[in-house]
Design a protein around this ligand. Structure first.
Ligand code: FES
Length: 122
C-alpha cells in the first residue's frame, strides 16, 4: 500500500544508508514506480529479477520517468520520448547529458535504494 511505502522511505536502514522503498512484487516486470526518498523522487524499474534506479525528473520538461516502459536498458519518457539508459543515466540521443542513477539492492523481500547518486548529472 502506498501509505506503508512512504513510511519505508522515511526509515533509513540502520546498518548503512540504503532506504527501503518497496517489496518484491510491488513493481511489475518492465515497469517503474516513483518513490520519495529524502527530498527527491527516485524511479525504480524492474527487469525480471533486476532493479534499476534513476532520477524520476525528466530534464526536458519534468515528466515522471517512472511512467515510461523499460525496454532492455532503455526507458523512454512518457511525454516526448527522450530515451535514457537506466544503467548510467545517459540520454541516449545526446550522451553528454546524464540524469542521476542510484544503487539498488534486494534484501530478503525488500527493495532498497541508496539516496546518494552513483553519478552526477550535468
Ligand atoms: S518531459 Fe520528458 S521528454 Fe519531454
Amino acid at each position: 500500500m502506498p501509505e506503508q511505502l512512504e513510511l519505508f522511505a522515511e526509515k533509513p536502514d540502520e546498518a548503512d544508508d540504503y532506504v527501503t522503498v518497496a517489496r518484491i512484487g510491488d513493481i511489475a516486470d518492465g515497469l517503474g514506480r516513483p518513490y520519495e526518498v529524502g527530498n527527491r523522487v527516485i524511479a525504480v524499474f524492474r527487469r525480471g529479477d533486476e532493479y534499476f534506479a534513476i532520477d524520476d525528473f525528466c530534464p526536458h520538461q519534468g515528466a515522471s520517468l517512472a511512467g515510461g516502459q523499460l525496454e532492455g536498458c532503455m526507458v523512454a519518457c512518457p511525454w516526448h520520448y527522450w530515451r535514457f539508459d537506466v544503467n548510467d543515466g545517459r540520454w541516449l540521443d545526446s550522451p553528454k547529458i546524464k540524469i542521476d542513477t542510484f544503487s539498488v539492492r534486494v534484501v530478503g523481500q525488500l527493495i532498497q535504494v541508496r539516496p546518494q547518486p552513483c553519478n552526477t548529472s550535468e
